[in-house]
Ligand binder design. Structure first.
Ligand SMILES: O=C(O)CCC(=O)C(=O)O
Ligand SMILES: [Fe+2]
Length: 281
């Protein structure tokens, strides 16, 4: 079970896969501000989870030192991101990282994400985002490895990304960026630290001086925000969270102890015609 501190600050639903309400559109509820997040448990059994963790260790050894790994202040990222500035390089890395994710999840990663999100999307269809003028798909996710002795994944809000990263226009041409949600699965939980911290500050009441390119992902911004009320969420291994990353300021606390925090996830946006929900990173 996920652990919460100050749970009342935002409106989160906790669901187990075996007691899923039919045909509710929780994605839309989050995108329209009626709900802030959903946490789903009971997706994998212990044996499946152990297998994915073991496969992750095995296959990540094989890609160590390649361009699929990026080192950051909070640890490492495996995969690609539209924060890069070269579309060809993004698509190339996306393709190779998808092979890696599918190896870890025994060929079932995209079908797992599609199947799970479909249960939250009412009659809307879930698709991996595809770009016009290319037959290639966006990457469905990245893996983030938050390591002890590293910094927090600093405070941010997803409305900022489109301001600073031109490749976000690729997603803006097929879907409404203002509907962006985040999803991630907790593949390995740290012994201590690594909570998702949601601040009591939303996009619509953000002071203008917080939104500046030089402050993007900067530690300095945690200092502004840390005086606010906060809610903390620590997922158990195998749980997945989907939340309104576009309207709520958030960070991942620094990890302590001796176990890395390993998550896999990405973003979700609604198509212009409201028929689809796309996932991508
Ligand atoms: O914990 C993660 O993998 C990323 C957290 C985050 O900032 C997000 O999902 O938007
Ligand atoms: Fe985020």
């Amino acid at each position: 079970m996920a652990e919460f501190i100050n749970k009342g600050l935002y409106n989160f639903l906790e669901l187990s896969l075996d007691q899923f309400p039919r045909l509710e559109n929780f994605l839309k509820d989050m995108q329209q501000g009626r709900l802030d997040g959903v946490i789903i448990s009971g997706i994998f059994n212990q044996q499946e989870l152990k297998t994915f963790q073991t496969q992750f260790q095995k296959f990540s050894e094989q890609i160590k030192g390649t361009d699929l790994f990026a080192e950051t202040d909070f640890g490492s990222v495996i995969g690609s991101s539209l924060m890069e500035n070269n579309l060809e390089a993004y698509l190339d890395r996306s393709c190779r990282s998808l092979d890696f994710f599918e190896s870890v999840f025994q060929g079932n990663f995209c079908s797992f994400v599609t199947g799970l999100l479909s249960k939250l999307a009412g009659k809307q269809m879930i698709l991996k985002a595809r770009f016009s003028n290319t037959d290639k798909s966006a990457s469905p996710a990245s893996i983030r490895i938050c390591k002890p002795e590293h910094q927090a994944l600093n405070a941010h809000i997803h409305r900022e990304f489109e301001l600073y990263f031109p490749l976000y226009q690729k997603i803006a041409s097929i879907s409404r960026l203002e509907t962006e949600l985040s999803y991630y699965l907790m593949l390995q939980k740290p012994n201590s630290g690594g909570a998702l911290t949601l601040y009591d500050l939303q996009w619509h009441n953000t002071p203008q001086e917080y939104i500046r390119p030089e402050l993007f992902m900067a530690e300095q911004r945690n200092d502004f925000l840390d005086n606010l009320d906060k809610m903390h969420i620590r997922l158990s291994e195998g749980e997945i969270i989907i939340f309104a990353a576009n309207s709520i300021w958030h960070k991942i606390d620094a990890v302590q102890g001796n176990t890395n925090r390993i998550t896999i996830g990405g973003f979700i946006t609604e198509s212009f015609d409201s028929r689809y929900q796309y996932y991508w990173i």
